[in-house]
Ligand binder design. Structure first.
Ligand SMILES: *[C@@H]1O[C@H](CO)[C@@H](O)[C@H](O)[C@H]1NC(C)=O
Ligand SMILES: *[C@@H]1O[C@H](CO)[C@@H](O)[C@H](O)[C@H]1NC(C)=O
Ligand SMILES: *[C@@H]1O[C@H](CO)[C@@H](O)[C@H](O)[C@H]1NC(C)=O
Ligand SMILES: *[C@@H]1O[C@H](CO)[C@@H](O)[C@H](O)[C@H]1NC(C)=O
Ligand SMILES: *[C@@H]1O[C@H](CO)[C@@H](O)[C@H](O)[C@H]1NC(C)=O
Length: 450
C-alpha cells in the first residue's frame, strides 16, 4: 500500500517534472527586432499597400496568405499584426489580428519566443508590452495554421495558446465566439489613425448575437425565434464555410453556426449568402463605422484579390447577393453624424426646434442644462432612434411617464414614444434618427429654452 502510493507520488512528480521541463527546441525559438528598412519602399509601380498604413516590416513568420508584421500608422508606434494577402496580389492587404491594439511599441521592440515557451512583445528596454503567459506550460513549438490561427503547441499537438481566443475586430473562418469563457466579442477599431478600441462591439449572448454602440446601445440583433420556443441558449458561434446542399457545383454558403446546450433541431444560423468562390479564406470584420462585412480572398486574382460578399447594413440592399436580408444603412448609429435624419440610407435632414433643415455634417443638437426649467422638448413625427428597432423599451407606459423619465435624467437627450404600443425609450445619445413614415412613432428632443 505504502509502496504503491509512494510510486504514485513519484509518478506525479515525474509527470510534473517532465511537463515543466518541456522546452522549445532552440531551432524553433526566435527573436525579431523592429528595426531596419520598411518593406519594398522603392517599388514604385506596385507599392505594397495595406489597411491603415503604408509602412511595415515583415517577419519571417508566415503561412500563405498570412504573415506576421510590425506595422505603424503613426511614426514610432508599431503594432504586431497578422497580415492577410501578399504583395504579389497587388491588392490592399488586410490586418486580421493584432497583439497590442492600444499599446504600441517603439523602434527596436522585440517579438520573441523563448525556450520556456512564452511569446513576448517587449520594448527595447525589456519592458513587456504583451505576452501569452505560457512560460513553462509545456509549449514545444509555434505555428501559423493555414486558417490564420497563430498557435503555441504542446508535445501532443494541443494548443496551449491560440490567437483565435483573442480577436480584435475580425473573425476568420473557424474562429469562435463563446458564451462561456469567451472570447465574447469583436470590438471595432476607433479610426484609421487611432488604433484603440472603438465604440462598436459584436457580442455573443445566451439569446442572441448583437451589435452595440458604446457597450449598451443595441442597434442590431439576430432573431432566433426557435431559441425561445425551445427554451435554449446559445453556446458558441463559429464562422464556417459549408457547401450548399441543393446548389450547383462549387457554390458555397458561408454561415455563422450557433450550437445549443441541448437537443435543438433547427440550429440557429446567420447565413451570409451563397458565393461562387471557395471562400474558406474569408473574414468577418466589424468596421470602424460599426458595419459588419464579410470578405473573401481570391488567390491569384491580381489587382482584385478581395471580394466583398456581405454587408450587414447595406445602402444598396437590392443588389446584394446575401440571403439574410441586409438592414438599411440608417440603422448605423453614426450614419448621419452627431445628429441627423436618415431615410433609405441617405441623410435627409437636420432636426431643429424650428423644423427640419437640410442635413450637413455639422448638424448637431444643443446640449440642455440639467435644470428642468431651462429646457423644453420639440416634437418630431414618424421618427425612430437607432436603438428602437432591436430593443423593446419600457413596457406599456403613458407618454407623461416617458417624458418624466427623461426630464429627471440629466444625461437624457430625448425620448421616443410609440403611441400604438405605449412603449417608451429614453436616450443619452441621439446620433442617427430614422424616418419611418409612421405617425405613431414620436420623438421629443430636449433643447435649451434660450
Ligand atoms: C535601434 O538599435 C540600433 C542598434 O542597437 C541602434 O543603432 C539604433 O539607434 C536604435 N534605434 C532607435 C530609434 O533607438
Ligand atoms: C427554461 O430554462 C430555465 C433555465 O435552464 C429553467 O429554469 C426553466 O424552468 C425552463 N423553462 C421551461 C418552460 O422549460
Ligand atoms: C461549440 O459548442 C458545442 C456544444 O457545447 C461544442 O461541442 C463545440 O466543441 C463548441 N465549438 C467550439 C469551437 O468551441
Ligand atoms: C477549398 O479550400 C480549402 C482550403 O484551402 C480546401 O481544403 C478545399 O479542398 C477547397 N475546396 C474546393 C472545392 O476547392
Ligand atoms: C406603424 O407601426 C405599427 C406598429 O409598429 C404597425 O403595425 C403599422 O403597420 C405601422 N404603420 C405604417 C403606416 O407603417
Amino acid at each position: 500500500m505504502a509502496a504503491s502510493s509512494l510510486s504514485f507520488i513519484l509518478l506525479c512528480l515525474f509527470i510534473s517534472f517532465s511537463i515543466s521541463n518541456a522546452i522549445v527546441p532552440s531551432a524553433d525559438t526566435f527573436r525579431y527586432v523592429n528595426e531596419g528598412v520598411f518593406d519594398q519602399q522603392d517599388d514604385i509601380q506596385y507599392p505594397p499597400n495595406a489597411e491603415y498604413t503604408t509602412t511595415y516590416r515583415s517577419l519571417d513568420l508566415s503561412t500563405f496568405p498570412f504573415r506576421l508584421v510590425f506595422y505603424n500608422s503613426t511614426p514610432n508606434a508599431y503594432y504586431l499584426g497578422l497580415r492577410m494577402g501578399t504583395t504579389r496580389d497587388e491588392s490592399l492587404m488586410r490586418w486580421v489580428w493584432e497583439a497590442n491594439r492600444g499599446s504600441p511599441v517603439r523602434e527596436n521592440a522585440t517579438f520573441s519566443l523563448g525556450s520556456d515557451g512564452n511569446l513576448i512583445l517587449a520594448e527595447s528596454t525589456g519592458q513587456i508590452v504583451w505576452q501569452t503567459n505560457t512560460a513553462n506550460k509545456g509549449v514545444v513549438g509555434f505555428a501559423i495554421e493555414s486558417n490564420g490561427n497563430i498557435v503555441l503547441k504542446d508535445s501532443s499537438g494541443n494548443f496551449v495558446w491560440q490567437s483565435f481566443d483573442s480577436p480584435t475586430d475580425t473573425l476568420l473562418v473557424g474562429q469562435t465566439l463563446r458564451v462561456n469563457g469567451g472570447p465574447f466579442k469583436l470590438v471595432s477599431r476607433d479610426s484609421i489613425t487611432n488604433n484603440v478600441n472603438g465604440a462598436y462591439s459584436f457580442v455573443i449572448e445566451p439569446k442572441r448575437l448583437a451589435l452595440y454602440y458604446k457597450n449598451s446601445m443595441r442597434y442590431w440583433s439576430s432573431t432566433f425565434p426557435g431559441l425561445n420556443r425551445a427554451n435554449a441558449t446559445l453556446v458558441n458561434a463559429t464562422l464556417q464555410i459549408a457547401e450548399a446542399e441543393y446548389e450547383e457545383n462549387n457554390f458555397h454558403v458561408l454561415q455563422c453556426i450557433i450550437e445549443n446546450a441541448r437537443q435543438f433541431f433547427d440550429r440557429p444560423i446567420l447565413a451570409f449568402g451563397r458565393f461562387q468562390y471557395n471562400s474558406s479564406l474569408s473574414y468577418l470584420r466589424l468596421g470602424i463605422d460599426g458595419n459588419l462585412r464579410l470578405y473573401t480572398y481570391r488567390r491569384g486574382v491580381r489587382g482584385d484579390a478581395w471580394a466583398l460578399l456581405f454587408t450587414m447594413f447595406d445602402g444598396d440592399a437590392k443588389t446584394s447577393r446575401a440571403s439574410d436580408d441586409p438592414v438599411d444603412e440608417c440603422q448605423l448609429p453614426s450614419r448621419c453624424g452627431k445628429f441627423g435624419l436618415c431615410e433609405e440610407s441617405q441623410c435627409v435632414g437636420c432636426p431643429t426646434p424650428n423644423g427640419v433643415l437640410a442635413w450637413s455634417k455639422d448638424c448637431d443638437y444643443k446640449l440642455p442644462s440639467c435644470n428642468a426649467n431651462s429646457f423644453k422638448y420639440y416634437e418630431l413625427k414618424g421618427v425612430d432612434h437607432f436603438t428602437v428597432k432591436y430593443t423593446s423599451g419600457t413596457g406599456r407606459t403613458g407618454i407623461d411617464n416617458c417624458k418624466n423619465r427623461c426630464t429627471k435624467d440629466c444625461k437624457c437627450l430625448g425620448y421616443f414614444y410609440h403611441t400604438d404600443t405605449a412603449r417608451c425609450w429614453t436616450v443619452n445619445e441621439l446620433k442617427t434618427l430614422t424616418r419611418v413614415g409612421n405617425s405613431t412613432n414620436l420623438a421629443y428632443i430636449k433643447t435649451p429654452i434660450n
